[in-house]
Design a protein around this ligand. Structure first.
Ligand code: ATP
Ligand code: MG
Length: 440
């Protein structure tokens, strides 16, 4: 192993260049996507430094399939862009290049410097006090230090198959540790999204955040509110849409992240603890879906997370003598509007969320089963109904009825509807509020 000392970039992190041979780490070239190898190869041919970098090496070391492949290089974005036909520069504050081929997309970033290592003029502060780094290019070592966790700061040399590891990332991965690079409080302040990334890597990859970082994360979780509502919308999805989403939700509750991002739902959960069970049950079904290769939609996830708030408001509207359909519409509007300054939910997601919620009032109307079955949101609404029952809500066997109805042939379906109690089979619209639309 070749070790090289590099002057420390800041007081808290010793930076030593280690080149770990393939015999020690076992990550071979063929584990990477052909396009990522091609991009690095071309950059090297042109005389630039270039490596495959980050999360994909971490995932391979953990025996997982990487979601995407990133490349880091000494070449400037404009130079990269000129080398690849199907490529474009994106990003304003920091330019990156997207290189595409067939269905593969590689993100190429130029080595970035740490503002603290150079001149403090490079660091600017947003109005909320978040440190912003600007377009400071740097060396490979500087690029390693500006990354978030040691496990994400690994570089794969495609020629030698060595992993370049400045911060003991390979050792940390082997020991199951998620270690913040530098001072955790400082790094979380620079970019509070790193706290959500920490929870994501802990839950998704089973790594354990180092004790100091975890303490700082809990203490500073309120800083997450400084992040834009649009970025938070994406980060919540990344944090929860994977095959350990129930664990991630528990972490959101334990660290206070849930309270910061979804205060109205968190209050409703405190008033009605069954709601936490409901979210957990929904996350478990999400996990099962993803594990069996099915997809899980972000609107369903958000419908679940905001259901406690929506349901509380629904009850409030009912108590003001609003009819159920109107009560749910008002509750949906209020819940989504109240949320938008924190986590903004685009309309193409909020609309299906409302439909899932509104369908909860319609699913009890079994005399209209055939029509309801054709509703584009039936499946999601039915899944949601099952989760409500799973968490302990008593809905008079409605879920089982719908399960049977879907599996039955037309004749049996007709029979099931004709056997319904008179009240629900003879009237198109029930005049009385149905007990089954209430939740406990
Ligand atoms: P995933 O499996 O979700 O893709 P990832 O670690 O690859 O996880 P990306 O968002 O693809 O995450 O980012 C690629 C790399 O860029 C990371 O591995 C990390 O080195 C660096 N990075 C990303 N976001 C940050 C951040 N907020 N702060 C510092 N470094 C970051
Ligand atoms: Mg990635």
């Amino acid at each position: 192993m070749i070790k090289k000392f590099i002057p420390s970039l800041n007081k808290s992190s010793k930076v030593i260049e280690r080149r770990i041979p393939v015999s020690k780490h076992g990550v071979t070239r063929d584990k990477f996507s052909p396009l990522s190898l091609k991009v690095v190869d071309k950059l090297l041919d042109e005389g630039h430094e270039a490596y495959i970098v980050g999360g994909c090496i971490r995932d391979i070391l953990l025996g997982k399939t990487p979601k995407d492949f990133d490349v880091a290089t000494s070449a400037r974005p404009e130079q990269v862009q000129k080398l690849f036909r199907r490529s474009r520069i994106i990003g304003r504050r920091f330019k990156i290049v997207h290189v595409e081929e067939k269905r593969d997309l590689i993100e190429v970033t130029t080595f970035r410097g740490d503002h603290k290592s150079g001149n403090s003029r490079h660091a600017t502060q947003s109005s909320e006090g978040v440190l912003l780094r600007d377009n400071v290019y740097g060396s490979l070592q500087e690029d390693a230090v500006r990354r978030d966790f040691s496990c994400n700061s690994l570089y794969f040399d495609i020629d030698s198959e060595e992993i370049v590891d400045f911060l003991d990332g390979v050792r940390d991965i082997k020991q199951g540790i998620l270690r913040t690079i530098g001072d955790p409080e400082e790094r979380f302040r620079e970019d509070p999204v790193r706290m959500m990334r920490a929870l994501r890597f802990q839950s998704k990859l089973g790594l354990k955040l180092d004790a100091k970082s975890y303490k700082q994360l809990k203490q500073n979780i309120g800083m997450i509110r400084e992040v834009s509502s649009a970025r938070l919308f994406d980060e919540v999805i990344k944090l929860l849409l994977h095959d350990s989403s129930a664990t991630a939700f528990k972490m959101m509750m334990d660290t206070g992240l849930m309270e910061q991002l979804f205060p109205s739902s968190t209050k409703a959960i405190a008033a009605k603890p069954i709601m936490a069970k409901l979210i957990t049950a929904a996350m478990q079904t999400t996990e099962a879906r993803l594990q069996s290769g099915k997809n899980a939609s972000p609107f369903y996830l958000y419908a679940v997370l905001l259901w406690p708030a929506a349901e509380q408001e629904f009850q409030e509207q009912l108590s003001r003598k609003q009819p159920p359909v109107r009560a749910m519409q008002t509750a949906g509007d209020k819940t989504i509007a109240g949320q938008s300054s924190l986590v903004s939910i685009p309309r193409r997601f909020s609309q299906p969320m409302r439909e899932i919620w509104e369908m909860q009032n319609r699913l009890p109307q079994r005399d209209r089963a055939q029509k309801l079955l054709e509703h584009p949101r039936f499946r999601a609404a039915y899944d949601f109904l099952l989760v409500r029952e799973q968490s302990g809500e008593n809905l008079d066997g409605l879920g089982a009825w719908w399960t049977k109805y879907q599996d039955a042939n037309q004749q049996t379906r007709d029979k099931m509807v004709s056997e319904l109690p008179v009240k629900s089979s003879n009237r198109r619209r029930p005049r009385k509020r149905r007990p089954s639309s209430k939740t406990q």
